[in-house]
Design a protein around this ligand. Structure first.
Ligand SMILES: [Zn+2]
Length: 169
């Protein structure tokens, strides 16, 4: 089922998600829906708060549905190590049409639970590193515009207000 992606400044996007404690069929169905919604939106990742569910669940698929092995489910994830810096353009499904450069760590190691509740660690570099940091930020109620310089954030917020006035946001 394709879920509705909420846009900034929907309050749920700024709330820290609740930890997941039950690894059941309901969770598996929700994760399937998250992937379906990601592909329908032509995204590479989606976090539960973006569909109005304040829980620490996110999915990533850099192949955008082309390679089933690339489907990554991160439950209760956290960054446990990071190094280097990357300054690249980034987008977000909750900010349609907005793309801006954001500073991120070049490499990260994350720790997360899978759909069965089993903990695992995983390293990410370049695009994967950026995507992991962006999605884990969502679970902390942190949005990419607050990683931008104050000047850029101001420009983006002005653009959003104009789109809202035009009724296209
Ligand atoms: Zn996002």
């Amino acid at each position: 089922m394709i879920l509705k992606v909420v846009k900034y400044p929907e309050p749920v996007l700024s709330q820290p998600g609740e930890p997941v404690t039950e690894f059941n069929a309901e969770l598996r169905k929700f994760v399937d829906d998250l992937f379906e919604t990601t592909y329908a939106s032509q995204g590479i990742g989606l976090a539960a708060p973006q569909v109005g569910v304040s829980k620490r669940i996110t999915v990533i698929d850099l192949s955008m549905g082309k390679n089933p092995k690339d489907k990554l489910v991160l439950i209760n994830p956290e960054v446990i190590f990071s190094e280097g810096k990357l300054y690249e353009e980034e987008g977000c499904l909750s900010f349609p049409e907005i793309r801006e450069k954001v500073v991120r760590a070049a490499k990260v190691r994350i720790r997360a639970q899978d759909l069965h509740g089993k903990w695992f660690e995983m390293d990410g570099g370049e695009l994967m590193s950026r995507c992991m940091q962006h999605e884990i930020d969502h679970l902390d109620g942190m949005l990419f515009i607050f990683r931008m310089s104050a000047l850029k954030r101001d420009l983006v917020q002005r653009k959003i207000r104009k789109l809202q006035r035009d009724g296209t946001w």
